[in-house]
Design a protein around this ligand. Structure first.
Ligand code: AMP
Ligand code: TRP
Length: 338
């Protein structure tokens, strides 16, 4: 008899660094999609505290930052009944598999990573930590350890995902089929893939920035969020046709349109048709952003009063994650001859 088994749900994995202040770009480019994927996938989400070690930090602050990020993810809608949430350092297979990835990747490949080039542009490569260089190997390990089919991330992670696929294909062709080849799930253009800094819309909104006036932090006071949006840099056009979606010629206005479109589930071009003045557009963007952020802040306040609950979620998550990741690591060890 033919089996009528339903197809397996896709395995989903993603991660976020605990360092720095989480912002609207994180929410719209990644976290929102993590929440959505819970209904269709078998989801593993981790706070990548080991990746956070690539920059200096105080131990007590690091520990707190991981808890804060986990609490925020729960407040944003991750449901421990529908996904596995854990800290990367609680699952030893990540670091172990990362070494295998370091022995699979080439120096040249890692040297081409734009994130490494950007992050070392100021301070120089000589003083950068080696972990910053090998960071993509740890990220590949995070993904491959879970046999992930789908990895929801923002546009800035595309290159790392391509590297992960290359490493998995190389390992498989050298040592036999071991890893699932993952797909990046990046929002469609205009739907939050790359939210820009409001004060300089040619730069990405980022956790580590020297331009905080353009970063909408998820923990910012509502009045500050509103002020940042109302002061967003646009351009000097006025009159008919000045509100249009054109990321090249009108980066500031397009970023605002994209924010509204993403939050309202619409197309940025269509949103543009409804406005003729920047002020009206900004007012509606502010309302939409606050509608999304304020409930998260409220839940965050509730959950941060229950640190034991959050810690239990992470402990249970680590147990579930360990079972999956340890089995993949064993498969990789066997394949490579350990
Ligand atoms: P990070 O802040 O680097 O830990 O990133 C966590 C997730 O948020 C990743 O999937 C990033 O691709 C995504 N992300 C970060 N900044 C932005 C941004 N400005 N716009 C859209 N997605 C972003
Ligand atoms: N490198 C990602 C970032 O900076 C974070 C990350 C680490 C990640 N491991 C991952 C994302 C695995 C997706 C899957 O945003």
């Amino acid at each position: 008899m033919l089996s009528s088994a339903t197809p397996k749900p896709p395995r989903v994995l993603s991660g976020i660094q605990p360092t720095g202040q989480p912002h609207l770009g994180n929410l719209l480019g990644a976290i929102r999609y993590w929440v959505e994927d819970q209904t269709v996938g078998d989801c593993y989400y981790c706070v990548v505290d080991l990746h956070g070690l690539t920059v200096p930090g105080d131990p007590a602050e690091r520990r707190q930052a991981s808890m804060t990020m986990a609490t925020l993810l729960l407040a944003a809608g991750l449901d421990p009944e529908s996904c596995t949430l854990f800290l990367q350092s609680h699952v030893p297979a990540h670091a172990q598999l990362a070494w295998l990835m370091e022995c699979t990747a080439s120096f040249g490949e890692l040297a081409r990573m734009t994130q490494f080039k950007d992050k070392t542009a100021k301070g120089g490569e000589q003083t950068a930590r080696v972990g910053l260089f090998t960071y993509p190997c740890l990220m590949a390990a995070d993904i491959l350890a879970y046999d992930a089919d789908r990895v929801p991330v923002g546009e800035d992670q595309r290159q790392h995902l391509e590297l992960t696929r290359d490493l998995a294909l190389r390992f498989n062709s050298t040592y036999g089929p071991t890893f699932v080849i993952p797909q990046a799930a990046i929002p469609r253009p205009g739907r939050g893939a790359r939210i820009m800094n409001l004060a300089d819309p040619t730069r990405k909104m980022s956790k580590t920035t020297d331009l905080p006036s353009g970063v909408v932090g998820l923990f910012d006071e509502p009045a500050d969020i509103e002020r940042k949006i109302k002061r967003a840099v646009t351009d000097a056009d006025t009159g008919p046709g000045s509100v249009r979606y054109d990321r090249e010629a009108k980066p500031g206005v397009s970023n605002l349109l994209e924010l509204l479109a993403t939050l309202r589930g619409e197309d940025p071009q269509r949103v543009a048709d409804r406005y003729s003045r920047y002020g009206d557009l900004k007012a509606d963007v502010a309302t939409a952003v606050l509608d999304a952020v304020e409930p998260i802040q409220r839940r965050y306040r509730e959950l941060s009063a229950q640190p034991d609950f959050v810690y239990d979620v992470l402990k249970t998550g680590a147990k579930q994650a360990n079972a999956v990741a340890a089995a993949t690591l064993q498969r990789a060890y066997d394949a490579i001859g350990l």
